[in-house]
Design a protein around this ligand. Structure first.
Ligand SMILES: CC(C)(COP(=O)(O)OP(=O)(O)OC[C@H]1O[C@@H](n2cnc3c(N)ncnc32)[C@H](O)[C@@H]1OP(=O)(O)O)[C@@H](O)C(=O)NCCC(=O)NCCS
Length: 192
């Protein structure tokens, strides 16, 4: 399954499942966000081929959902302009729950790529992995992400105060969840 998204800047983006050749682009985006230093609680970029390959093999082995946004006019790894992963939790008794992570490259933010990636990933995680609920967390300072998650329908469960310490500042972590059937039935019945 794939989807074509026309951006308001005139570019066309393909929303689709991850393939092996996308892994470099996915990690390129991750490392750029780590360099930005304000969105994720990670200090060091992922550089080694072993780490990148291990991640890809694990996504496939665990049948996890990783959806990418591709600009087909760009050369790899720059062609992957965003990604949304819905991973399994570590618990045997929580296979109905998926954990969402998302990154969109700086130049492509605020063009609805994030919203489209999340919508696609949620639907696929129900269809392919029988997920019922999606969980995530965000820095309380990440206004764009919080706006987007709330707009989609994620509810705030609570806040872990001072959960992270970065650049001499404490940051609160906002915990959120979304029931997929609520999302599909109540909010977005016609968008599939
Ligand atoms: C968060 C992120 C994935 C969103 O992707 P995106 O493609 O920019 O998202 P969209 O364009 O679909 O939606 C962004 C929304 O935030 C709004 N927004 C932008 N800046 C904002 C701000 N400072 N405060 C509140 N809302 C803001 C936009 O107007 C848009 O809302 P609208 O559709 O109601 O107008 C992307 O910005 C990103 O990769 N950020 C860095 C990594 C990150 O934070 N990942 C999530 C970690 S939890």
């Amino acid at each position: 399954m794939k989807k074509v998204l026309e951006l308001k800047n005139g570019e066309t983006v393909i929303i689709r499942h991850l393939t092996k050749s996308d892994a470099e682009g996915v990690w390129h985006n991750f490392n750029e966000v780590i360099e930005e230093g304000i969105y994720l609680p990670v200090f060091l970029p992922v550089k080694t081929q072993l780490e990148k390959d291990t991640w890809y093999l694990n996504v496939k082995k665990e049948n996890e959902i990783c959806i990418v946004a591709e600009n087909p006019l760009l050369k790899a790894p720059n062609n992957i302009i965003g990604q949304c992963e819905i991973s399994n939790t570590n618990w045997d008794a929580a296979t109905h729950v998926g954990a969402l992570g998302i990154i969109v490259r700086k130049k492509y933010r605020d063009l609805s790529v994030g919203r489209t990636l999340i919508d696609f990933a949620i639907r696929e995680s129900k269809k392919l992995n029988n997920k019922e609920k999606i969980i995530l967390s965000s820095f309380s300072t990440n206004d764009r992400a919080l706006h987007l998650f709330k707009k989609i329908g994620f509810k705030v469960l609570g806040i872990r105060k001072k959960q992270f310490f970065m650049e001499s500042n404490y940051i609160d972590e906002v915990m959120m969840e979304l029931w997929i059937d609520d999302y599909l039935n109540e909010k977005n019945p016609k968008t599939e």
